[in-house]
Write a protein that binds this ligand. Structure first.
Ligand code: UDX
Length: 404
């Protein structure tokens, strides 16, 4: 098929690469000329496992452009433009603008909305453009986005004349749920809010574990996850969820429901718990900083999670800023991010980072940080992601672990 993709961020680029891999002819559009020029030279503007390989391997079926006219004649155009949350409400101007532009240049295309939008958005766009508008939310995680797109747990398709979307994704072999646009739009928000709730729930249990001699949230979560109804996923305690989706989507869902006169109490509590995680971690660290005379900390991990260079809503950055405000010196290291943070010092390797500090803080789950277990580290370790085996360290404090 001839497929267009508008908006070449994570979702758009991964969608383009995967659809080209599966023998579609793909035209990717973005208004950022700089990004298009780099893509045409063969450089993806972001780090995602396998993305570069996919783009290179399929370059004969992939074109990139900033000109919407190049979409003319497409069978379907995926809309992957951003939907920022402003004052707890989503702003759909980019999605609506893209759809208007598509309607002008390719009036026979079906529009498939991948962007996360609140219920009612697709129907509104259908009315204003007169085109076929299908909702097909994405559920991909950064770091495994290609795999998640090629083999998703499920494909949600909302709207009439939805066969074209089902045909595009047929190669995945994944179960398909066909429904209304509104249900499809809400499934995305409800799924993300539910996963965020699991994280906040286990983080509250972690707080409780820290007060009970002998308790450890890791073991509690493992025991809970063995129950098939609960499942072991998204039960890792830490410094809270970050990234481009959960914080923005939980806020947007809350605001959307509020406008409908519905108070989503659990989603509100999920956000509150998440907002309290950084202070909780800083208080935990400060107790020992004072007791042990620690002056400088090495923070390992800067991106919002391992496996990505994305720092949007990174909890690690909030943590570093909070530590600095508390008068603690900070040096930091991340395997793929080299962003400057005012008042903190960037290290170029784990060795350099660990060597120049009095204590170590784990802020994300890169496997590379497990090297610390073989480095005979005698400095105190604060494991905020429960990545390390505590037995390797003389002084170890973990989130959700009772401590004298
Ligand atoms: C998420 C959703 O998983 C995906 O379906 C959606 O389409 C986009 O948002 P992503 O933002 O890539 O994907 O990250 P994810 O792996 O879900 O993690 C989100 C945040 O939660 C990270 O900060 C992560 O560290 C944190 N997290 C995750 C936990 O603190 N504990 C967990 O058990 C899982």
């Amino acid at each position: 098929m001839k497929i267009g993709v508008v908006g070449l961020g994570y979702v758009g680029l991964v969608t383009s690469a995967v659809l080209a891999e599966h023998f579609n002819s793909v035209t990717g559009i973005d208004i950022d000329k700089n990004k298009i020029e780099r893509l045409l030279e063969g450089y993806p503007p972001l780090y995602e496992h396998n993305l570069k390989e996919y783009l290179v391997r399929n370059k004969s079926r992939l074109t990139f452009s900033w000109d919407y006219n190049d979409l003319s004649g497409c069978d379907a155009v995926f809309v992957c433009t951003p939907t920022p949350t402003v004052n707890s409400r989503i702003d759909t101007k980019h999605v609506e603008g893209s759809c208007r532009a598509i309607a002008k240049v390719s009036p026979d295309s079906a529009i498939i909305i991948k962007s996360t939008v609140t219920p009612g958005t697709a129907s509104k766009i259908r009315e204003s453009t007169g085109l076929t508008v299908i909702s097909n939310p994405e559920f991909t995680r950064e770091g495994s986005a290609i795999m998640d797109t090629e083999k998703p747990d499920r494909i949600i398709i909302g709207g009439d004349k939805d066969d074209i979307c089902e045909t595009v994704w047929a190669f995945t072999g994944s179960p398909v749920l066909k429904t209304t646009n509104e249900n499809a739009e809400l499934i995305k928000y409800a799924s993300n809010a539910f996963l965020a709730t699991k994280i906040s729930f286990i983080n509250e249990i972690a707080n409780l574990c820290e007060t009970i001699p002998g308790a450890d949230v890791e073991i509690v979560a493992t025991g809970m996850g063995l129950d098939k109804r609960i499942a072991p996923y998204f039960l890792r305690a830490g410094i809270g969820y970050g990234g481009s989706c959960f914080p923005k989507d939980t806020q947007a869902l809350l605001g959307f429901a509020e406008d409908k006169g519905v108070d989503l109490k659990i989603v509100r509590a999920t956000i509150d718990v998440n907002n309290s995680r950084i202070n909780h971690a800083i208080e935990m660290i400060k107790e020992d900083v004072e007791k042990m005379g620690i002056k400088k900390l090495c923070v390992l991990g800067l991106a919002f999670k391992n496996g990505t260079d994305d720092v949007r809503e990174s909890r690690a950055i909030d943590l570093i800023k909070g530590l600095i405000s508390s008068g603690i010196e900070v040096t930091y290291y991340d395997p793929v991010v080299t962003q400057d943070i005012r008042g903190a010092e960037l290290s170029r390797s784990i060795g350099e980072c660990v060597g120049s500090c009095d204590a170590i803080v784990i802020a994300s789950e890169w496997n590379e940080f497990k090297e610390l277990q073989n480095m005979n580290v005698t400095k105190p370790v604060f494991d905020l992601k429960r990545l390390l085996e505590m037995n390797y360290f003389k002084h170890y404090r973990g989130i959700g672990l009772w401590h004298e």
